[in-house]
Design a protein around this ligand. Sequence first.
Ligand code: GLC
Length: 422
Amino acid sequence: MSSPRLERMKDAVRSLYDRNRQRGTAPWCGRDYDFVCPSMGTYPFQWFWDSCFHAVALSHLDPERARIEVRSLLANAQPDGFVAHVTFWQREKYEDMLATYSIAYRTPYLSDCIQPPLLAEAVQAAARGEGGAAFLAEVTPAVRRYYDWLDRIRDPDRDGLVATLQPDESGLDHAPKYDAYLGISGLAPEEFTTAWERVAGPYAEVGRDPDRMFGLDLFVVEDVLVNTVYAENEGVLAELLERTGDTAGAEEMRRRARRSTTALVEKCYDRDAGLFFDLAGAEEEMLRTNSISSLMPLLLPDLPAPIAATLIDHLEDPREYSAPFPVPSVAMNVPSFSAGPVGKLVWRGPSWMNTNWYLSRGLRRHGRTDLASVLEDRSARLVEEHGFREYYNPLTGEGAGARDFSWTGIVVDMLARREGEA
Ligand code: GLC
């Protein structure tokens, strides 16, 4: 039986998701859509990793709605396996919003980018309960094609780590870890736009052909957050394949999951700092900014115990991450850290619910249920006191960015895990 607190949270998320639900038929592809958008005010379209978080939250409210969310996400999966980071289902209605969005398009309705690949986790959650097996049989082939696409197209050096070709692909759009690599020295939005144009122009000239974009070596980042999610999801996909009777496929995905985890530890872990760092460019230079990405491998069950313990030390350090309302997206002792919003720039210090979700799960997996429980409790308090905001000030708890922001609803899964429901 759920606690009254969890029940209240479920009701709040249910009502939020009813407000942010987008339903209709898209004339451009002749398909119906039905998904929860990140926020009606600022993000009315279907974003990839947002939708995956929504599916996990929905699986606690109504598994059928979670399946509908995933089906909408996969409705425009491309024959080669690619799934866009944004589907602009109803773009005609919000044309003005796109004027300032620095993004590449595959078609007018699909972006040509990826986002952190948690599709397998979304499918696993949506397959809860009755009807789950049929749903798995229905969607697993497309899910497998998506991870095969990532492996084939986004890992040209074949080390088990996929690369992003522009900052937004990590989901951490303006994170300071990219500043020096992108040649950004201030906080003026124009600097970020110009940095994007320096990459986007040459990409367009090579027809956005992935091999040639990699060849340009303008922005190639083997991102720790993206690859932690990738490794985790290769493992989850192995389980899904096992459940659908594809033993050989499951074995292959387990092999890939091990390869990605090993590569993260061998290539991205800096023993002196006791932190993971992204690798940039063909030379794979470490981007040494202490940020939330640096801690993410805590999620991986196979992470060697001494490394997990070191990451937890960072998490507990009041100079770095142990804020009153954790977990800040940049360590507080990094000069570029900002507790409050920095105009429209995101991921420069505030705490976000999706990274809290991953870290609390990592803490549980590595035996720190005490700390996981505190993190889950503080996360729920943020929502209870300040509403479903896009992100929160780690020092005061004050909410900022978009209002009625959907992925913050992932907090229901955190509370459910705490109560042993998930
Ligand atoms: C911002 C975030 C990105 C998210 C999108 C929609 O761009 O940085 O991660 O997917 O908003 O919520």
